[in-house]
Design a protein around this ligand. Sequence first.
Ligand code: VG1
Ligand code: CO
Length: 545
Amino acid sequence: MVVREIAIKPFAGQKPGTSGLRKKVDVFQQPGYLEAFVQSVFDTQDALKGGMLVLGGDGRYFNRQAIQTILRMAAANGIGRVLVGRAGILSTPAASAVIRRHRAQGGLVLSASHNPGGPEGDFGIKFNIANGGPAPEAVTEAIYLRTQGIERYRILDAADLDLDRAGERKLGDLTVCVIDPVEDHAAMLQELFDFDAIRALLGRPDFRFRFDAMHAVTGPYARRLFIDLLGAPEGAVVNAEPKEDFGGGHPDPNPVHAKALYDETVRQDRLDFAAASDGDGDRNMILGAGIAVSPSDSLAVLAANATLAPGYAKGIAGIARSMPTSRAADAVARALQVPCFETPTGWKFFGNLLDAGRITLCGEESYGTSSDHVREKDGLWAVLFWLNILARRPGETVLSILQQHWRRFGRHYYSRHDYEGVDAAKAQLALDALRAELPTLIGGRIGDFAITAADDFAYRDPIDNSESARQGLRVICGEDARLVARLSGTGTEGATVRLYFECFEPDPARQQDDVQARLKPLIDFAERCTGLRQQTGRAGPDVIT
Ligand code: VG1
Ligand code: CO
């Protein structure tokens, strides 16, 4: 078999965003585009030479083709061994688990997460380092720099490999090992949670449970866990067959894109517990009869109840949350007397804290929660954690658990408003308008709240002291309220503006109000400062979570 060197010219804009390089499928299909990025990873990550790489994706359109290309490139670039999920499929948390368990030097995860798939949809690729987590900014910067000067890529001239059967095969000097995508991950989860107690809960005739895999990657994982191992009825896992276009849906587990599940559970009380996860299986949405759990609250509840799960029975070392995530977790950390860290948006910022043992749990408002068992967010982990808590708090519901949580710690009313596909220049103008006002805001008021601080969030990593500036505009009213505005780093069309609102209510008598109504003063204030609706001509946000 012959190694070929193919000359190419650099592509503009191969800069990884919040979570890898995400572009429209037709961008990735340009000759040499995927190859230029992958070669830049190989050129900059010396440990992969003669080492082990984990490879898999969420199964979306172009996944299979990309996997075959990457395997041929790995063979031509002297990678020793590639562990690839059967049919080229690995959920993001499973890829992280596999990298760690097999001590691989890194991984390539092919996913655009919750973005739609199919020929008209999105594709993405992300490099994970040896700890199993997304590459930190220094690494993605080096890869990006390389993409700008790349002149050739190396690829083996070989036929497609059969990836549908598990087992080892050779591709030139490279050993390709096709692995079961589900087993490592399921084994790890069994060590963390009380499967006997959860099995008993799911077996109760009065406990109506459903998991919606949204035709994305978690279907096989969820079937293995909930049906095979935990004895849930066959119909409990729906949309379990992964599809290249996610059945035409938007694999984003939130009240807007998982509307049917939301309506049945939250509005009609027809299920006691329901959950869904996203395209690549790292997000989770938790619903109970009459209640949708805000992801920020979910992190706080898991932290407050952590010792109910065997894997966390000894307690937690600390918590981290992304800056826009509500401060509900901070209140729990204070009560537990453990540290709580505030990081920029994106899972890569949790890696150092997890590696150093400073935190056990971490989460983001964007339906992401996880722990030190992997270095990615983990949707099914969160669902099992909630089931474990319900199983160990008999007689309680999701709603009663939340209400008790709020009584004890206070409630952080919270919502995120997304303006999607906005003209990039207009989005920038809106944020610039708020940025310009920041210095004058301190000392002013938003309704009843006094503004105590206003800035553009900058982060210094407490472990390696690396700095990340301009991570989101914040207007802070002490512990009472907060408003955050930032641009998304995962979209592929125009710009997406995210506005985050939070207000704190310690009085149990005022903890059952309508969320949007409680946040209205902050929402109106954001519009006054940014002029976003006026700029864009939109009547309101596209998605409210
Ligand atoms: C979004 C979320 C962020 C999350 C990221 C990746 O980023 O806000 O919290 O880490 O997606 O999640 P942004 O830059 O668009 O706000 V996933 O499940 O898409 O890998
Ligand atoms: Co995801």
